[in-house]
Structures are given as C-alpha cells and as structure tokens.
Design a protein around this ligand. Structure first.
Ligand SMILES: [Zn+2]
Length: 176
C-alpha cells in the first residue's frame, strides 16, 4: 500500500462507522463483478448460437467485458481489504498486499496469447527469445511455467524477473 492509501486508511480508522461505507462498496462491486461475469458467459453462449455474427465482433465484446470484469475485481479486492482493516480484522497490511498482488492475472503482464484452452494460455516467453510459444499461464492457479527456460512461479516471481526488482517493489507495483 502506498503512502496516500495508508493516510486514507488511517483517516478512515478514526471513525469505525466508515466500515459501513466500505461494506456497501464491497457489495456494490460484488454485484458489478457478477454482472460482468454473467455478460461474458452470455456472449460466449451466443457465439455458438448465432454463427451469422462475425467472430471478430464476439471476440471484441468478450475482451471488452473481460477487461471491465478484471478492473472491477481489482477494485473489489482493494475495498475488501479496507473493509477488513476498518473492522480490525487485518493487522498485518503486508500479508494482505501479498495476497492482492498474487491475484493480479499473469496475462495482464503479457501480450496476446498464441494458443489457449479453457485452463491454459500460451505466450511467447518474455524471458527468452523464441518463435514458438512455450510460456504457459495456468489461469485458475494464476501460475506460469516456461517449457523453454524450465522455470515458473506466480505473478510476483514473473514481475521480479521481468523488471529486475525486489520482492517488496514488485508487490508495490502490482497492487497500485
Ligand atoms: Zn522462457
């Protein structure tokens, strides 16, 4: 959490009633996130029902919804954290920041996928030169493995390797 957020949280903590504001925000974002996920699955279903609509259009719409859903999820995590903090349920900020950082989808650090299944996406490895995609993102676990480099890890490990930064710095960048 950066300095500005710390200040914000400590101001909020002076009045416990604010935890209600966070609770409301969490509920609101939760609803939004569910709605976005619903929209994505509806568009996916329609893709197979109505083949007369061009494929690029469906992909465009799905990508758009995914992006919106991803942003909502990020906001939701943040407000959940503030809410727990207000209720005094979290005393180690760093622990939660690590969890928040780990939930950032690995795909957001990469370019376009070169192949995908429901559970995995393949990319050109950002850590070594190659022309066939051997970098695999396991979406559900949000872990990666490069069959070329023979190494893998979570999103924090990848960020550290990509930008050559310390663990703490990676957490900071991933959560802001
Ligand atoms: Zn590699």
């Amino acid at each position: 959490m950066d300095k500005e957020h710390r200040q914000f949280v400590s101001d909020i903590l002076k009045d416990k009633r604010h935890s209600r504001v966070f609770a409301a925000k969490v509920r609101e974002l939760d609803d939004l996130y569910c709605e976005d996920k619903q929209n994505i699955s509806e568009v996916c279903t329609r893709k197979f029902d109505r083949l007369d609509v061009p494929e690029w259009y469906h992909n465009f719409i799905i990508d758009f919804f995914k992006k919106v859903a991803g942003e909502t999820q990020k906001k939701l995590n943040k407000f959940r954290f503030y809410h727990s903090f207000c209720l005094g349920k979290v005393d180690d900020r760093n622990t939660l920041d690590i969890e928040n950082a780990k939930s950032v989808p690995i795909g957001t650090l990469l370019g376009e996928p070169h192949g995908k299944t429901a559970r995995r996406q393949f990319f050109l490895c950002p850590l070594h030169d190659e022309s066939t995609a051997s970098f695999c993102w396991y979406k559900k676990q949000n872990k990666w493995w490069c069959f070329g480099c023979g190494i893998g890890g979570d999103v924090i490990d990848l960020y550290q390797k990509l930008y050559d930064v310390e663990f703490k710095e990676a957490i900071k960048y991933l959560t802001t």
